[in-house]
Design a protein around this ligand. Sequence first.
Ligand SMILES: CC(C)(COP(=O)(O)OP(=O)(O)OC[C@H]1O[C@@H](n2cnc3c(N)ncnc32)[C@H](O)[C@@H]1OP(=O)(O)O)[C@@H](O)C(=O)NCCC(=O)NCCS
Length: 180
Amino acid sequence: MEKIILKPFTVEMITPVYLAWFHDPDVCKYTENFESVWDINDGICWLNAAQARGDKVFGIFTGTGKHIGNCAIDNMDKKNSHAGMSFLIGNKDYWGRGIAVMAGAQLMRIGFETFCLNKMWIGTLITNFGMIRVAAKLGLLCYSILPQEKYSDGEFVDVVRLSMCRTEYMSRLKETNIDA
Ligand SMILES: CC(C)(COP(=O)(O)OP(=O)(O)OC[C@H]1O[C@@H](n2cnc3c(N)ncnc32)[C@H](O)[C@@H]1OP(=O)(O)O)[C@@H](O)C(=O)NCCC(=O)NCCS
């Protein structure tokens, strides 16, 4: 299994390789990211806006130091103690190799253990089977449907939001520690 490292996202990570992910229709198919980060200036604006909103954005790196994607804790609702998680594995050579699941496990550790959140969730188009499978593998099994929430590929598509609450995270953690 590939080792990954999450590093807090910095301007230096906005390289031509990184920008190419936002010009790749396959990578952006189920997101609103296509051509949203056109060049380095867009990248800097995006990063500033994300940081101002309080998003915690990370670059995903391989053990050998290759930047292969991003992930984030976003939509932070401090009052109600929940936040979303998002993923973009921009380097398609790394799809299907467990990267998003490993990154998600690290985000959940940060969200539940460092920020003491009460709930974490992933929202995605109902057609994004890969993302839904990742959420299921992370144990985010409680779901709600937002009917026809996004206009995508010429039609309105449902969004599914999958979540886990802190109590469940903590009891899973306890089980894992007992097994170890
Ligand atoms: C969706 C995405 C995050 C999945 O990342 P990944 O690192 O390839 O996922 P993983 O390797 O951790 O896969 C976990 C499981 O999902 C399955 N899976 C991954 N992509 C899949 C796909 N496109 N279709 C069906 N299953 C898929 C894997 O086979 C694996 O299941 P298994 O262990 O039972 O075989 C990645 O493809 C991506 O970044 N896509 C573009 C951006 C995007 O759609 N982000 C989500 C926006 S909400």
